[in-house]
Design a protein around this ligand. Structure first.
Ligand code: KG4
Ligand code: ZN
Length: 373
């Protein structure tokens, strides 16, 4: 008779499945406490090429491609880990938030696998996956502060347990990655916009254009990025009208000025979020962690790290492959829930919106990557 799943002495091997946006992903994690969790496989197949002509993720195309590839991704994850389904302990699947067609593709596959094997099934919140990643990579203790900054998400979370999240604030319109992508499009730079804008900005003067800092002076941790993008558009049009086109230096200066504004906004709001975290949680070993593709930006990282250092708080950025969408974080969130005895069981439904913290008001808007829960 094997130990129950929540018994810390029982090693757990869990399959994760994720397809809530534009990555088809499957991974396997093994956790035999007190050893650190081991990522046995981590398969992520991006769909960028499928959406390249459309300037954003097309939900129907994404869902179809996920449905075609998910079972192959699971097979690849099992093969890389040299395991078979019947040697696993559970299956964890993203049940939301995200583009509903993609979420349903994973949930249906996972339900089928669970029914065929008898393995327990855990419905995981995608944002919980991101938020719990620093415990997978660095084994940090609760409570910590998390800043999620990607193409679809932007929020500060106080993470107090595997199912205890308090949202301190977030964007009220675009996510920062979306703003980077739109600015790149305005300046005829390739997608994804973040890396293109960052490269261009290296040659530029971040002080040349005084772009706005929306909501900077408003108390609290809410943010706004859509006005910034509009200001870039106006500045571009003024430059084109003046010079009959956009000169190389203008473009670089505009990218640098935009990037500086985003870094400034996020750093100021991070200072506020840190203050709330320190006062509310009084942590003995305080940590602020970042996740999401935008966390790859060196200027932004530098600005956040400076804020953390000034407050004597550890700054933690997991490796980029685990900061962006992946299924290892979903398998890990499943393990966290099993260990805590809070896995919700079969009864979950696929949800396009699923705020981690339902005590705070739902987010406004829904960007190119679906609902911002
Ligand atoms: O986390 P992610 O891979 O996917 C989701 O949005 O879920 O993030 C992708 C976003 C894109 O908008 C991309 O432009 C942005 O992250 N990004 C960056 C950088 N690298 C990727 N933004 C700014 N600077 C970068 N170096
Ligand atoms: Zn994500």
């Amino acid at each position: 008779m094997s130990l129950p799943l929540h018994d810390p002495a029982r090693p757990l091997t869990v399959l994760g499945i994720e397809s809530s946006c534009d990555d088809t992903a499957s991974a396997i994690i093994r956790h035999a406490a007190p050893a650190r969790p081991e990522i046995l496989s981590n398969v992520v197949w991006g769909q960028a090429a499928l959406h390249a002509d459309f300037g954003g993720v097309v939900p129907e195309i994404a869902a179809r491609a996920h449905a075609e590839k998910l079972d192959l991704a699971v097979e690849a994850a099992l093969a890389q880990a040299d395991l078979r389904l019947n040697t696993l302990d559970a299956i964890a699947v993203t049940a939301g938030p995200g583009l509903i067609g993609g979420v349903l593709s994973s949930v249906m596959l996972a339900r089928g696998l669970s029914a065929a094997t008898g393995l327990p099934l855990i419905g995981v919140n995608h944002l919980a996956g991101h938020a719990l990643t620093p415990r997978l990579t660095d084994g940090i203790a609760f409570p910590y502060l998390m800043l999620l900054v990607s193409g679809g998400h932007c929020q500060f979370l106080l993470v107090e347990g595997p199912d205890r999240f308090t949202r301190l604030g977030g964007t009220i319109d675009d996510a920062p990655g979306e703003a980077f992508d739109k600015v790149a499009r305005l300046l005829a730079l390739p997608q994804p916009g973040g890396p293109s804008v960052e490269i261009e900005a290296r040659e530029g003067n971040p002080k040349r254009f005084a772009l706005p800092r929306p909501l900077m002076d408003r108390p609290g941790c809410d943010m706004s990025f859509s006005g910034l993008k509009t200001a870039v558009l106006r500045t571009r049009d003024a430059l084109v009208a003046e010079h009959g086109g956009l000169r190389r230096a203008d473009r670089a200066d505009l990218c640098a000025s935009f990037q500086a504004a985003v870094a400034d906004l996020l750093a100021t709001k991070t200072q506020r979020a840190l203050k709330i975290y320190m006062e509310h949680s009084a942590p003995t070993a305080p940590v602020i962690a970042v996740a999401g593709g935008v966390a790859a930006n060196q200027t932004l990282r530098g600005a956040l790290e400076a804020v953390a250092n000034a407050a004597s708080v550890r700054f933690l950025a997991p490796p980029l492959s685990l900061c962006t969408d992946n299924a290892a974080m979903i398998a890990w969130a499943g393990i966290e829930q099993l260990r805590a005895g809070i896995a919700p069981g079969q009864g979950f439904t696929a949800r396009p919106r699923w705020p981690l913290d339902d005590r705070t008001a739902p987010m406004l808007g829904s960007g190119k990557k679906g609902a911002k829960a």
